[in-house]
Design a protein around this ligand. Structure first.
Ligand code: WTA
Length: 648
């Protein structure tokens, strides 16, 4: 990524009214590091505890004695914090603005209505025998019922696992089985860009491979006909008619699980990242308030999907814990046309807008006119998340969308971190396009070299975090050893992020992308190993190696090298079929952009595929392939170069 030299000063008008300015950031940051426990003792109070904590922090990242506990003797309930505690003053304020795929569809849900909806939903869950600690899988479109379902689980102590509705039935089945969910919540259909998505029928297919599921709870959304299996499938609207209107909140220990969210790693199947109750809520709500400079009355919109962690922390839990008004959008940025985001902002007077670089790049490609035909005068602050934002896209977002008036917070974090970790605070931090800038309170980032030596000053290497924070994941569901191996074994006593990073002379952090075999496609994390195992599951494929390559809009595209069985000839039809195959095995986001048939892959004599070489060839840069003499068969490289699919 090119490095921008431009620096944007904090606008004075912004600093004046901001929650934190440069001095208070420095003071608070220093305190958060020097007196970490006292800092979190104080800020833990931002949530309401039914039993206050006396012990704040009990953490060790020693891999032989790994434990992470925050506020461990406290009790609270997340739904109480996101709803009930606001009812006294804010019952009639809007909690959720829902904007449908069709611009004619919209709903305003007050805190009082949210309370009523969540209570009834929770009682339906109870009527289906869901108990504290049970896992419930959600496969839902971006409709208010997704938030109701999450909060209903939290209310009764059930653990939700949301599966992004773009995943295939196969991927869904794997995630249902991994956490042993007995209940799946879905909708008849989803709607995106005017097209229906057959969610219920995908669940039906998934359940052929997930036989322990007892019930499917179905939200009526498009009202088109779907098949209902007797004694298994239940309509939410019908079930709600028979339940009580009130539902007590279940007191939860701070370390009781709140949710599982599957995410891709560099090896094996997706990991069930587990977050718990107390620390996560403190982290989500605190970061939401400070990073977005959220003040009561602001209309806040995060355009993510609830199927990703950004939707969990910054559509639902963070904003609602802060009694915010959060906008939830069902559709896509280009429907009915490429002006939709900006129209929604005008329609609902959005003040704070948080989206992904891939969306910005796609809209940038459509031209400025789509933006300029709207007013956007309500906007005060912009945010970015999910992948490095290239300075060109940053500048466009700043100049065209925000009319140079709105600071941009480029927020770096991960599913594992629960919330934002490195970010500007708009009233405190001068901005540099492409840099996530400085750590949030309590976060101690370090840059290490391959041997684990901590580098000081301006440096480039791997990003690790040196100190626990309340929102960090607690385990990989059902596989604690994998948690230890993945994050705490590479660098002793430190959390390894999997990201490369540079720190400049001002101490600003620049994330350079993943250093492991994870690729970031349109801000979605994909393990190359997952795509490879989908490919080799095809009858004609003997071997596959998948790498990322730079893609103008997606950030990274998926490039697959495929070796076929001896009797099979490569053809463009087969390439198309393989792309379709991966779509059905995992989902459209995993579909390869390029397939190169390769009679041989570059391997070391011990059989290890040299991905570095494959990455270079996919980038059409083979000037510097490094030493290929250690390959078992150096000649394969010439063949790969001759048949490369990304010739410039
Ligand atoms: C990448 C999404 C650069 C990074 C919240 C990280 C970013 C992975 C940024 C996590 C950013 C996220 N700048 N890179 N502002 N935000 N990433 O788990 O590689 O879906 O490790 O969480 O996205 O993706 P995940």
């Amino acid at each position: 990524m090119s490095v921008s030299q431009t620096k944007y000063k904090v606008p004075e008008s912004f600093a004046k009214n901001a929650l934190v300015d440069e001095t208070s950031y420095n003071d608070m940051y220093r305190q958060s590091i020097e007196d970490n426990e006292a800092f979190w003792a104080e800020h833990g109070k931002r949530v309401s505890w039914s039993k206050p904590y006396s012990r704040v922090k009990n953490t060790s990242w020693d891999k032989d004695d790994l434990h992470v506990k925050w506020y461990e003797d406290g009790e609270l309930n997340v739904a109480y914090n996101c709803i009930d505690r606001h009812l006294k003053d804010k019952a009639n304020e809007v909690a959720i603005i829902w904007e449908g795929d069709d611009p004619k569809d919209c709903r305003h849900i007050t805190y009082a209505e949210l309370h009523a909806q969540v209570c009834r939903f929770a009682n339906v869950l109870k009527s289906l025998d869901v108990k504290k600690g049970d896992r419930v899988t959600l496969y839902l479109p971006m409709i208010p019922e997704a938030a109701f379902a999450m909060l209903a689980c939290a209310r009764i102590g059930a653990v939700h696992s949301i599966v992004f509705a773009g995943f295939s039935p196969e991927a869904l089945a794997g995630r249902i089985n991994d956490c042993d969910s007995r209940l799946v919540i879905t909708a008849d259909e989803g709607l995106r860009g005017g097209k229906t998505i057959p969610l219920k029928s995908s669940v039906d297919q998934a359940l052929k491979h997930a036989s322990d599921v007892k019930n499917v709870l179905v939200v009526r959304h498009t009202s088109n006909d779907v098949e209902m299996v007797p004694n298994r499938d239940v309509w939410l609207d019908q079930a709600q008619e028979h339940v009580a209107l009130e539902c007590e909140v279940e007191p939860m220990n701070a370390e009781d699980p709140l949710f599982i969210l599957y995410t891709s790693g560099s090896t094996g199947k997706p990991k069930g990242v587990l977050h718990t109750t107390g620390g996560y809520l403190v982290w989500a709500s605190m970061t939401h308030e400070y990073v977005f400079d959220y003040k009561q009355g602001d209309i806040y919109w995060c355009s993510a999907d609830v199927g990703w962690v950004t939707g969990h922390s910054y559509i639902v839990y963070g904003p609602l814990a802060n009694a915010a008004t959060t906008l939830m959008f069902e559709g896509v940025p280009t429907y009915p046309d490429a002006s939709r985001f900006w129209q929604v902002i005008d329609k609902h007077n959005v003040n704070i807008f948080y989206t992904a670089p891939t969306a910005i790049r796609a809209l940038m490609g459509q031209g400025e006119a789509f933006v300029k035909q709207t007013s956007r005068k309500s906007l005060r602050l912009l945010g970015s998340v999910g992948e490095p934002i290239n300075p060109e896209a940053w500048e466009w977002y700043h100049r065209v969308v925000g009319e140079r008036r709105c600071p941009i917070v480029d927020t770096w974090w991960q599913t594992e971190t629960g919330g934002i970790m490195i970010t500007p605070l708009a009233g405190a931090t001068d901005l540099k396009p492409g840099s996530a800038t400085l750590p949030f309170f309590g976060i101690k980032p370090e840059i290490v070299d391959a041997e684990g030596k901590v580098l000081e000053g301006p440096a480039e290497g791997n990003l690790v975090i040196a100190e626990s924070w309340p929102g960090q994941m607690r385990t990989v569901y059902g596989d604690h050893q994998r948690f230890i191996d993945t994050y705490f074994s590479t660098y002793k006593g430190k959390y390894f992020t999997g990201d490369g990073c540079r720190r400049d002379e001002d101490g600003y952090y620049w994330i350079t992308g993943r250093v492991d075999d994870v690729i970031n496609v349109s801000g979605h994390r994909m393990g190359t190993a997952e795509v490879e195992s989908a490919l080799v599951a095809h009858a004609e494929v003997s071997e596959a190696a998948v790498v990322g390559y730079p893609h103008d809009i997606k950030g990274q595209g998926i490039y697959a090298y495929v070796s076929l069985n001896a009797s099979v000839d490569p053809s463009s039809e087969l390439a198309t079929e393989l792309i379709k195959w991966v779509r059905t095995e995992i989902g459209p986001i995993a579909a390869p952009d390029k397939i190169q048939f390769a009679p041989g892959l570059p391997k070391t004599r011990s059989g290890k595929i040299m991905r570095r070489i494959l990455r270079k060839i996919a980038e059409d840069d083979f000037s510097n392939l490094g030493d290929t003499s250690t390959l078992a068969d150096p000649a394969v490289v010439d063949n790969l170069i001759a048949n490369r699919q990304n010739k410039k």
